[in-house]
Design a protein around this ligand. Structure first.
Ligand SMILES: Nc1nc2c(ncn2[C@@H]2O[C@H](COP(=O)(O)OP(=O)(O)O)[C@@H](O)[C@H]2O)c(=O)[nH]1
Ligand SMILES: [Mg+2]
Length: 225
């Protein structure tokens, strides 16, 4: 077989990217259903298909991003009470189910009692370490705030569990382009020091649809189905 020239290789990669984006858009406009809420690991479904988890601080925009990726208005019920959801919410994509999306409980809300925080950490740690079908995690970071210590702690937890993750900046529409560039560079620089973090960053706005198409394709690629 003849080796491809750099130009041919690039064209081929571009064609693959477009194909993946098309497939992702088709898939997400098909069946996406809420399956269950698991307050404890024993309530999780059988690990029969790959899972992609969404994690981040309360109010970072997890539910909104899930809605945007799946193109639904309220599948993940963008919550009004920060930190109320202390459960793993599972969604299924495809018919028959090809993979699952897992909305993880948010962290970093100020008023949570220590006991709740400890329970949260235990649930998340056990899930991250033990879930063999977990293919990738999306680590959401509010573009206005950048990384907080609770995010760093989460990233270290992911590093230790050897779960690779994509850093996704959310609410990009809320700040100026120059500020967004600065935050993106700063977060990317710090993410580069985490072994399990992807070098590629995602800058998104669920509100404006920015970065959603690319993230959708990335999620499908990560699910590897
Ligand atoms: N302007 C803007 N607001 C957003 C965006 N994503 C989420 N929000 C708002 O941020 C708040 C928290 O969002 P939610 O998805 O419930 O966060 P969660 O707690 O992480 O699930 C809600 O008021 C959303 O409307 C975004 O991309 N742009
Ligand atoms: Mg939510």
């Amino acid at each position: 077989m003849k080796a491809l020239s750099p130009e041919e290789l690039e064209a081929q990669e571009e064609a693959e990217r477009i194909e993946l984006a098309k497939r992702a858009s088709r898939l997400f406009s098909g069946r996406v259903d809420f399956l269950l809420s698991a307050p404890q690991l024993k309530f999780l479904p059988e690990p029969t298909v790959p899972e992609i988890a969404f994690c981040g601080r309360s109010n970072v925009g997890k539910s909104s991003l899930l809605n945007a990726i799946t193109g639904r208005k309220a599948i993940a019920r963008a919550s009004v009470t920060p930190g109320r959801t202390q459960e793993l919410n599972i969604f299924e994509v495809g018919d028959p189910t090809l993979f699952r999306l897992v909305d993880m409980p948010g962290y970093g809300f100020a008023k949570a009692p220590l006991k709740v925080v400890e329970q949260w950490k235990k649930l998340i740690k056990t899930y991250l370490r033990g879930r063999q079908v977990l293919n990738r995690t999306l680590m959401l970071v509010d573009a206005r705030h950048g990384l907080k210590d609770v995010d760093r702690e989460m990233m270290t937890m992911l590093d230790e569990a050897a779960v690779s993750y994509r850093v996704v900046l959310t609410k990009a529409d809320k700040i100026k382009a120059s500020a967004l560039d600065a935050v993106t560079a700063k977060v990317a620089e710090e993410a580069a020091k985490h072994v399990a973090a992807f070098p590629e960053m995602h800058v998104t706005s669920s509100e404006k649809g920015m970065g959603i198409e690319a993230l959708r394709a990335a999620v499908l690629g990560d699910a590897a189905v």
